[in-house]
Design a protein around this ligand. Sequence first.
Ligand code: BGC
Length: 728
Amino acid sequence: MTDAPTTPQRPWLDATLPVEERIDLLMAQMTLAEKVGQTHMVANIHPNDDAAEIASGRISSSLYASGATAGNERDAGVLVANIDAAQRHAVEGSRLGIPLLFGRDVIHGHRTVSPIPLGIAASFDADLAEQIGEVAAREAAVDGVAWTFTPMVDISEEPRWGRVAESLGETPVLSGRLAASIVRGFQGDDPGDPDRIAACAKHFAGYGLGAGGRDYDTVSVGENTLRNLHLRPFKAAVDAGVLSLMAAFNDVDGTPMHAHEHLLREVLKDEWGFDGVVVADWNGVGQIVFQGAAADQREAARLAIRAGVDLDMVSGAYLEHLEELVETGEVELALVDDAVRRVLRLKFRLGLFERPYAGRPGASNAPTPETREIALRAGQAAHVLVKNDGVLPLDASADAGSVLLTGGFVDDGDALLGTWVLDGRGEEVVTPADALRERLGDRLTVGDGRFSDVTLMQARAAETTVMLLGEHRSRSGEAQSVVDIGLPPGQLEVLRSVAAFGKPLVAVVYTGRPLDLSEVLDLADAVLVVWHPGTEAGNALASVLLGEVEPHGRLPMTFPLSAGHIPTSTHQRPTGRLIRADVDHKEGRYIDALTYPRLPFGLGLSYTSVDYGAPTVSAPTLPLDGSVTLSVTVTNTGERPCRETVQLYFRDPVAEVTRPLVELTDWALVDLAPGEAREVTFDVRADQAAYVGRDLTTRVDEGEIVLLTGPDAARLQPVSVTVTKKDS
Ligand code: BGC
């Protein structure tokens, strides 16, 4: 029998010492069992049931997942009361008093809910993304949550995959820039600030490439494509100081990501210098067994700790086996130490040793006018107008014609919140019915949430019909893949009948993914794609419909013609057989269908018209270490103001590896008054044309780069520059 370790002094509590020194002091006192405890994360920790386990120092952290705590966490104060009670066992009851870390999926808002991430991406607005993160952090912190599992930066070009809703779209630069802003919003300059929490970039890596769009499916991708595309937003999040990253469920070319030593340890930790926590995804360590790459949990634990997974989310494999694996020499202690150091670093950085009871019992985090204002701006920015024959904006005057508002989202607050909302409340949502009733009074008829023959009678009677179509929040998100990207059954049938009346018809599409909207676009006079807009959904819609604000969202993913056309995105690279419009009909590659995108990446109309001049550059050559200025004149040629998203793309016509035909590299949000012309300039640097070559190192080549500007990926005008070693 060994003597129980005695309680040491706690010199690591001296907050004036540097964090690394505090970690050293603490780790010097830790037993192997206590170290392993710091790598073990449980779900829904229970302050009573788990008291002994917490006090033994065998639990590092807890995730509060959907719908499960000791009570109904949606009742005010239950979550924070649970968290504080559990924390007390750790801080006061355990030998070393190491505080627990509480995580929760606060994805696009906590109580005040902003649009789903794909809707946030539609804003192309990095400042707004930061504000959304800041509000969510503040509200979550009140409940004692110290860590969230967002942003998701999996490159998303696969509409069948339900998780595109959680993503920031298909392009690495937009995704990376918004992710960096979201990280800043959550973490601020000092994540130890009581109003800030830690962020987590996920899911590293390649998760968006699951075969067939099926969630969790296998991924076959080469490292060049990973580096040139999929890893880039993660790198942006790391550069922005994200405190944690989550490993992905999938394998990459046969190696489960939770066992992927090359990508996790060699690339992320060694090459990029990431010093934060790599957390497993839910049971991700245990799942290596299901993936057939480990015989049992013991082997899974050995593979995962070696690969660089620091914190085992819920599988228990580390808790059960790591100690023995170290004792038998199968796992070096240094690997466990590295993981523990990272977990403790996160806890120190969050100020948990100073402020273990981080929540504020009794404080409210319900939406306020200020948080609603941000959610409203975000909701408006998520409204993407993809067609308008002139029916929008609706006439706001009191004596204008009658309007029917009908369809599944008219007054269903909950459905408007979108996927991954644990704390937002349907009853706090302003619905389209609420908002339009307030503005249109007697002019408005609110139809049923379900289409029926009454819908047709109402539409026949109304002068204008606004149909709310699309998919319920529960049809997108995790484990919600579909093979049919059309509207859910029944909706088109009603749309066809209403359209047959020949009266003004506006289709509003609530969705978590790009849908096949071909027939909707044919039948409706105006079409708005609005994702799931969150707490201020109704006000966002009403303000856009009535022209109180100009529509200014842009599509962050390409909308393909059909599911059979997937993938269709801006990632397309040139092939050896060029597509010839004359021979291949309209850019054909199939013999039974055309292949252009139904709605291109970046598309978004306004209530005015905007003319783009040809881009010019300040010099024909772009020095490797310098920049040129690209200018393009945009003119509002209509009668209403607008916010234009002026987009800049690159094409590298000759490189060591095939490069995308166009890749978004920058953009500017420009407000234009009616008739106003503005010269928009971009500072273009050679390093923006950097790419990863055949030897997997980053390079910038001399030679031509085509810069393209325009309102979306399908309407671009080029200008070339030559990258040179010397300024000439
Ligand atoms: C998801 C993660 C999420 C985690 C914790 C998993 O199933 O893939 O994105 O953060 O659960 O809730």
